[in-house]
Design a protein around this ligand. Sequence first.
Ligand SMILES: [Zn+2]
Length: 370
Amino acid sequence: MQIRHHPLRGSPPGTQRRISSFHYGAGQAKAYVQASLHADELPGMLVAHHLRQRLAQLEAEGQLLGEVVVVPVANPIGLGQSVLRRHEGRFDLASGENFNRHYPALTALVLPRLEGRLGQDAAANVALVRAAMRDAIAALPARDELAHQRQTLLGLACDADVVLDLHCDAEALPHLYTSPALWPQIEPLARLLGSRAQLLALESGDNPFDEACSQAWWQLAAEFEGRHPIPQACLSVTVELRGECDISHEQAQADAQALIGFLRLRGLVAGPAPELPPLLEEATPLSGTDVVSTPASGVLVYRRALGERVRAGEVVADVVDPLSGEVHTLASCTDGLLFAREAQRLAHAGRSVFKVAGAVPVRSGKLSTQ
Ligand SMILES: [Zn+2]
């Protein structure tokens, strides 16, 4: 195992933040696992802790067939943000930007670097594209610490065959986000993790990390169709490891084991393929997830539990105004599975408070939540 430290440029004088990456094994194949890009989503950090122990063991036994890179703390900037004893890890306090948005779109960056260089050998094209990605990312102007953090993470992940971005929701069942084109290969991971919602979108909006890693491949394949073969060389997924308080050693060990099982299926770890449990829920379009906002502020009272199936129009929560006595009932507009809820019980008008995964599109445009 090798530890590499990547100091962030732009830290205030007298301080120095850095991304630390842990590299297990070696070889052509590469997997990249990062935790807590939203720095207040800690289940992934504990999973990374247990994953590292398993990887060290597998490396010692000579069982690693490729390189597995683990970044247990993907967002040191966010980890250092507190306001009045409350940790804020989702948005950069300085800019207001969501830490998992606005990753550079790689296609436009690599196209000029590929001019006249691609051929008919798909594997050689993959190597060329990856080299162009590394160079293009390294050449990005890191105008501030946040930009350099994004640049560093994407630089570590861009040439991986498998990218697992470990997040969680506020209160939630395990679920994941990926592209429809990648779903058949991600499906075993959903089974291993017991994922309860598999939310598919080609573009969810504002370029989150997992899409930044994989989207260039299908875009370049379309660009060079009929001229140069470009396979989908990166399989990326955002894994939501339940809710922010769902943290235990037992669960984290089981999740780490599931990730190892998936890496085994992808050829990065030796040994027999794991037995796959059944898929608990069919994949649904992310556009089919109703993200229900409250029209009023007040006390949020849930009437339905996570994991319940709700019908369109059924009341899921009330928002109570204790002064006027008014009770606003909140319902989903679609039939589906209630898989995520807000953790705070003070509802703010205009903010989303629960999510229901349905099979039929009910939204369009930007699909990711704030
Ligand atoms: Zn997140």
